[in-house]
Ligand binder design. Sequence first.
Ligand code: AMP
Ligand code: GLY
Length: 421
Amino acid sequence: MKVLVVGSGGREHALCWAIAASPLCTKLYCAPGNGGIAAEAQCVDIAADDLDGLTAFCRDTAIDFVVVGPEQPLVAGLVDRLEAAGVKAFGPSAQAAALEGSKGFTKDLCARHGIPTAAYGRFAEAAAARAFVAEKGAPIVVKADGLAAGKGVIMAETEDQALEAIDEIFGGRFGAAGAEVVIEEWLIGEEASFFALVDGEHALPLAAAQDHKRVGDGDTGPNTGGMGAYSPAPVVTGAVADQVMERIVRPTIAAMKAEGRPFRGVLFAGLMITEAGPQLIEYNVRFGDPECQVLMMRLKSDILPALVAAADGQLASFDLRWRDEAALTVVMAAKGYPGGYEKGSVIRGLDGLSGEDVQVFHAGTALSDGDVVATGGRVLAVTALGATVAEAQRRAYAAVDRIDWPEGFCRRDIGWRAVGR
Ligand code: AMP
Ligand code: GLY
């Protein structure tokens, strides 16, 4: 099977690493890929949002199966385009990707089908949104409706902050993603990321994970795409996982099917585990980054047949096996991230680091004259297995400490919640 993975981050490196190990995969491509992915796959210089270019490449190269990593091409309809061209793909149609592409769509779906999530209002103009804030008071959460690269959520501790956020969003700060605003109750609890493969009708739960969104130690500073993650997530006990499947994931899949937009792909439920049980914060329609890195480390089974079964509507009889060990990943980012940062610095010390218990997944890297150079904000995801989260943490940081990259930084406390339990 000739497989194309779309994307260029640590998530896509982990997917390529797992897919390259499948006996079913005869040739692996990645578009556009990165400096680390080049060791697993043939990188092709087509951007992840170039729908025409990707579709033409798949036709010309007779690609059998496409795995789409990031959300933008899914929401833009890449899977629909590929299917129209006769190319099988893992990921939702544009209509089903609305679960991530429109927060208002998802909130309305939850309301119609009794899926537990924060109380909310949905607004297309500022005056009504401002009146809602005045009525509800603070703290409150203000969100741009559409895709905003993880920056469209404002946690407002005061009414003034909420009103300012409303004005900024309607003022065009997030472009078309801010055509509507969702305002919600601020949920209290512990967050977790829950993943399930879905084939339109059936769901196969994967392992759960927790990530660290804030840039600084102790979960301080601005939000990022994710500075580290670990799996399993102690807060997602077997009982909680059952509740998530029964109350959130299965009703969503049934609702999407009933409403004529069956969901296929990986459903990523961002959860708040509250005193009243798990509540949905939001859906993503793709693997998390860096959660994918820890999931792929823990997966024992071949991932490729599972992804194909999801695309084919054949998940009902499927099972996946996981290692008992924990996995933990530490993201190394360029100094300045998530603000401005320099590109082009050389990363040394990577040789010989990856092995049985450690994998260094690349995100923003490129190869230049034999050197690995940093080209993005999040640059490496240093990932390790261990008997416990604490052991995985020790191994990951031991590997981090062997990497010679003065222009980079990482958090030193990834996994603190699990280690402290
Ligand atoms: P997102 O960018 O949509 O993943 O949201 C970013 C983060 O905002 C989430 O991971 C949560 O930490 C937080 N968040 C979003 N909505 C809520 C909510 N209703 N209550 C509490 N925290 C929230
Ligand atoms: N790590 C969170 C995300 O991928 O959205």
